[in-house]
Design a protein around this ligand. Structure first.
Ligand SMILES: *[C@@H]1O[C@H](CO)[C@@H](O)[C@H](O)[C@H]1NC(C)=O
Ligand SMILES: *[C@@H]1O[C@H](CO)[C@@H](O)[C@H](O)[C@H]1NC(C)=O
Ligand SMILES: *[C@@H]1O[C@H](CO)[C@@H](O)[C@H](O)[C@H]1NC(C)=O
Ligand SMILES: *[C@@H]1O[C@H](CO)[C@@H](O)[C@H](O)[C@H]1NC(C)=O
Length: 615
């Protein structure tokens, strides 16, 4: 009987005891822990919601917060120990003497707030440290000695509302936080440079003061303002010198073998002007050596395009280059330019490097195959140019550029954000185009293979056109595996293979991106690390039944929620189903397309239609 009592007693006190053990272990790693004298095994740290130990927050008898403020503590915070406190939501170390790099909080998944301001922490914050910290709301790191860039991964935290980084040594540019995401933000007294993101334009000036070179609202605008004539003359002279130097460099480089150029995977907004004839002159050197002897002519006009569409007016590179070209974006495979023909018709030229997976003959054959596509949601390749080092693909220009530009681009350029009916129409068009590609290119495992918002082009009326499809067979394998969307899929990560359902996964990611306005974080990171389930698990969490925050999941710029919320949520669910990690459980394309077709613009459309039908 007594034995049983002891056993029961042991179990009753067990969970408190383990909290006590954990905290005492933590205390061992802390220097100058005099202030923690009440941390003793004699009493449990928590008694219901009341704390027996100093600096502890309790709820239901367990530790939910560790709040060690102004205690003169130092040393290292042992995160491996802390992670055993499974209910830990708040961690505050404000105003102590902790030093070294930021504690590796990655493992403390449930944390909502970290207050580390006023310590001696230093060094660069690793980008992965906020991976999967989906609950994190408040990050206070002010008055430390952190340096390097503010981690980009912060913009993927769905609930972040306070970010205090003032009085550190951060440099680089401020990450592009989403509109309305942050309530409190401070980067003053750092070494930040560049333009302040538009989404932070409404913040208090004092949040940005004391930096190296920040501009844009709420500070002064970045455009050079109020220059005196003297300054202008000096600037003009400097620019002229720079241009002369640049031309010299281009000439020198073009005499040498063509240098590999560093490439970036960005969605850069259009608008920057750049004459790409210099680029093409450069590349033309390669052909010149072989072709010059035959026809004696020199210049980009020599570049022969192979046309894939019958009945199209033929033109050559020279025709495209008469007007200056505009750079639309640069990606991992090369840049994209807009160029105008004589008649004023605009064309898009995409440069591709790393496309030598197949021999010349086979490449031509594959291009002819792609050239045969004919569907209202698939953008045909008009012509192409082949050279060993680099290929050019020529498309018709689409008035509204790409979906990516509208979802993530800079809204200053007056581009309206597509509303819900437009987004639904885009997703429906994309799924139809994809379905067509599956029928047309049945031999390809992933008939699209690189489905992402920057490859969804939008025409004048926002109808979507798929681009960059069917390229996996011709792109160099290592490049493809490193950068193409199909290779970011869970099946490739887990089993090293892509399947017939891989494009369905990409479609799912695209749906989530379109509905939430959030860029899947993994696409930022080069290479195959990263965790693309971030967006998926966040959406899953948000649409879970009973989550009062469900409205937060939708992109604020989409507008109009009340009458359409049901259908909008339905589309999100479809997106989630397409993102199902287990390929066997994931829908095939046919099923996905059918489900998407059933989504209506308004919640009561369905009812209305069925009434209409039954009449
Ligand atoms: C404490 O327990 C009660 C009852 O089990 C529960 O309703 C409440 O949410 C818990 N509070 C916390 C902070 O876990
Ligand atoms: C930080 O924690 C994560 C998750 O446990 C782990 O993967 C990573 O290696 C840790 N990093 C360091 C520098 O200890
Ligand atoms: C900006 O912040 C400072 C100090 O935090 C405050 O005194 C000032 O009133 C704020 N200004 C505005 C426009 O909110
Ligand atoms: C930002 O931090 C600076 C420096 O600590 C402070 O003076 C300013 O009032 C802060 N502004 C806001 C809005 O928090």
């Amino acid at each position: 009987m007594v034995l049983l009592f002891i056993v029961v007693l042991h179990f009753v006190t067990c969970s408190c005891k383990s909290d006590a053990k954990i905290l005492l272990k933590l205390k061992e790693s802390i220097r100058d822990s005099g202030a923690l004298s009440s941390w003793k095994d004699s009493k449990p740290p928590c008694n219901g919601d009341i704390e027996n130990w100093v600096g502890i927050l309790c709820a239901n008898g367990t530790v939910c917060g560790v709040k060690l403020e102004n205690m003169g503590l130092g040393g290292v915070i042992d995160v491996d120990v802390l992670k055993e406190l499974t209910n830990l939501r708040t961690l505050s170390l404000m105003n102590n003497k902790f030093d070294g790099s930021l504690p590796n909080i990655t493992q403390l998944f449930a944390l909502k707030s970290i207050y580390f301001s006023g310590n001696q922490f230093s060094g660069v914050i690793p980008i992965y440290i906020f991976d999967g910290m989906l609950s994190l709301k408040k990050i206070h790191l002010a008055r430390n000695k952190f340096s390097g860039e503010i981690p980009q991964s912060l913009i993927t935290l769905p609930r972040l509302s306070e970010l205090m980084l003032q009085d550190n040594e951060f440099d680089g540019e401020i990450p592009q936080f989403q509109n309305g995401m942050l309530k409190l933000f401070n980067v003053s007294e750092n070494e930040m440079t560049g333009e302040i993101p538009r989404s932070l334009g409404h913040m208090n000036v004092s949040s940005f003061s004391g930096n190296k070179d920040l501009c844009g609202a709420p500070l002064e605008s970045c455009a050079p303002a109020k220059l005196s004539i003297g300054t202008i003359i000096i600037v003009v002279i400097l620019v002229a010198l720079a241009v002369a130097a640049l031309i010299a460099v281009v000439i020198i480089l073009s005499r040498r073998k063509q240098m590999p150029e560093q490439e970036r995977a960005t969605v850069s907004p259009p608008g920057r002007r750049k004459a790409f004839s210099t680029d093409l002159d450069k590349m033309e050197q390669g052909t010149a050596s072989t072709e010059k002897s035959q026809n004696g002519k020199k210049g980009v006009n020599n570049i022969k395009l192979t046309f894939l569409q019958d009945g199209r007016e033929k033109f050559n590179m020279g025709d495209l280059l008469k007007a200056s070209a505009q750079i639309l974006g640069s990606g991992i495979f090369g840049s994209t330019y807009k160029a105008a023909l004589n008649a004023g018709q605009a064309m898009v030229v995409k440069r591709f490097r790393h496309m030598n997976n197949v021999e010349n003959e086979e490449f031509y054959e594959h291009m002819r195959r792609l050239g045969r596509v004919n569907h209202q949601n698939v953008l045909p390749i008009v012509a192409f140019y082949y050279r060993k080092e680099e290929k050019l693909l020529v498309y018709d220009f689409m008035e509204n550029i790409s979906l990516a530009v509208h979802l993530h681009g800079n809204t200053t350029r007056g581009r309206p954000c597509p509303d819900w009916p437009t987004r639904l129409n885009i997703i429906k068009g994309v799924s139809k185009g994809l379905s067509y590609l599956y029928n047309e290119l049945p031999s390809l495992m992933a008939p699209h293979g690189h489905l992402k918002s920057s490859n969804i082009l939008l025409d004048r009326s926002y109808n979507p056109m798929l681009a960059d499809y069917g390229l996996i067979p011709v792109v160099n394998q290592d490049r493809a595996q490193e950068h193409m969307i199909a290779y970011k899929s869970p099946e490739y990560k887990n089993n090293g293979r892509i399947t017939k359902k891989t494009d369905v996964w990409s479609l799912g990611m695209l749906i989530l991106e379109t509905m939430t306005g959030r860029f899947p974080s993994s696409f930022f990171q080069q290479g195959s690390k990263g965790n693309e389930t971030d967006l998926v698990s966040w959406v899953e969490f948000m649409v879970k039944e009973g989550n009062a925050d469900v409205d937060q999941v939708f992109d604020k710029n989409m507008g109009r929620k009340d009458k359409s919320k049901g259908e909008m949520t339905k589309l999100l669910q479809i997106g989630l189903n397409c993102c199902e990690e287990e390929v066997d459980k994931r829908w095939d394309l046919k099923e996905a397309v059918e489900r998407i077709e059933q989504v209506k613009e308004k919640d009561n459309d369905q009812e209305y239609n069925s009434r209409g039908l039954s009449k």
